[in-house]
Design a protein around this ligand. Structure first.
Ligand code: PBG
Length: 327
């Protein structure tokens, strides 16, 4: 046969395959989410997320050093408070769980880049991501709270804030307050494209943040929509976001690609708790090989256009990248 084109030439051996890889990954683009709770000497496994833990503040440095040893350079902190109220006041309290976690983290592991999730659902008695007016989350009344929460994180040591509430114009509100208080150089990673998703199930169990009534569909996006993702993205770019996030990741690879094609800012993707739990469960049953699935799914997210990946598998991925298995 006289075939002129033989794509298999570039698949002949590992050397040429690695040389011609189209997707390159670096551990510096991984972000590892960590849950911090009240109490002392606590490291408790999250039932729906095997091998992920809730740490008390005193145990946080251990978790950070473990991540750093694996090659992870950035973490995203989530707080689980003991008490909640209607206004989520624990979210911006000076001695709140996240504020204390940030101070310890900065002191004990100064090389780690600290990002915080800015939201109210873990802190409100009703479990919604803002201030209620009747049974509806009041967008405009929520904005100053979000800005205050972001500010209190930055004051306590956060290197970057990531608002996940999905209120309209919160990026502008947060940017304006941070600038006014002198934090002009603190970046905002916006959860700009956040779908209302069943993939958050294990997280809500982990953080105790399920809404007490109703759902989040009046603020998080409808998964039927694609153009709306671009609308949300462009608004947040306009309002001063530094990084745009798409969440979840695996069922939204098309959206990651669209967003990456549309903007010049870095694009982050959050491979969420349900994605992690599905892989864990299938691996536990022996139906799939966990390490191979971790590598393949993460690579697909980067291939779709993500520059940054937030994942509960960050430590494993950092090792796979270092070993040259992927990236
Ligand atoms: C807070 C928040 C959630 C997640 C990140 N920030 C939960 C939600 O919106 O219900 C989900 C992360 C995950 O599932 O891993 N609003």
């Amino acid at each position: 046969m006289e075939l002129l084109k033989r794509p298999r030439r570039l698949r002949t051996n590992p050397l040429i395959r690695t040389m011609t890889r189209e997707t390159r990954m670096d551990a510096s683009s991984l972000i590892y989410p960590i849950f911090v709770k009240e109490g002392n000497h606590i490291k408790e496994e999250i039932p729906s997320m095997e091998n992920q833990y809730r740490y008390s503040v005193d145990m946080l440095p251990e978790a950070l050093h473990e991540a750093a040893d694996a090659g992870v350079k950035s973490v995203m902190l989530f707080g689980i408070p003991d008490s909640k109220d209607e206004f989520g006041s624990g979210a911006y309290a000076e001695d709140g769980i996240i504020q204390r976690a940030l101070r310890i983290a900065k002191k004990e592991c100064p090389e780690m880049y600290l990002i915080t999730d800015v939201c109210m659902c873990e802190y409100t008695s009703h479990g919604h991501c803002g201030i209620l007016n009747g049974d509806r989350v009041d967008n405009d009344a929520t904005l100053p709270y979000l800005a205050n929460i972001a500010l209190s994180h930055v004051v306590s040591g956060a290197d970057m804030v990531a608002p996940s509430d999905m209120m309209d114009e919160r990026i502008k509100e947060i940017r304006t307050l941070l600038d006014k208080k002198g934090y002009k150089d603190t970046p905002i990673m916006s959860y700009a494209v956040k779908y209302s998703s069943a993939f958050y199930g294990p997280f809500r169990e982990a953080a105790g943040s399920a809404p007490a009534f109703g759902d989040r569909k009046s603020y998080q996006m409808d998964y039927h929509n694609r153009k709306e993702a671009l609308k949300e993205t462009l608004l947040d770019v306009e309002e001063g976001a530094d990084i745009i996030m798409v969440k979840p990741a695996l069922s939204y690879l098309d959206i990651i690609r669209e967003v990456a094609n549309e903007i010049t800012l870095p694009v982050a993707a959050y491979s969420v708790s349900g994605e992690y739990a599905m892989i864990k469960a299938a691996a536990k049953c022996g139906y799939v090989d966990e390490d191979s699935i971790i590598c393949e799914t993460a690579t697909s997210i980067y291939r779709a256009g993500a520059d940054i990946l937030i994942t509960y598998y960050a430590k494993e991925l950092a090792k796979f990248i270092k070993d040259g298995r992927i990236g």
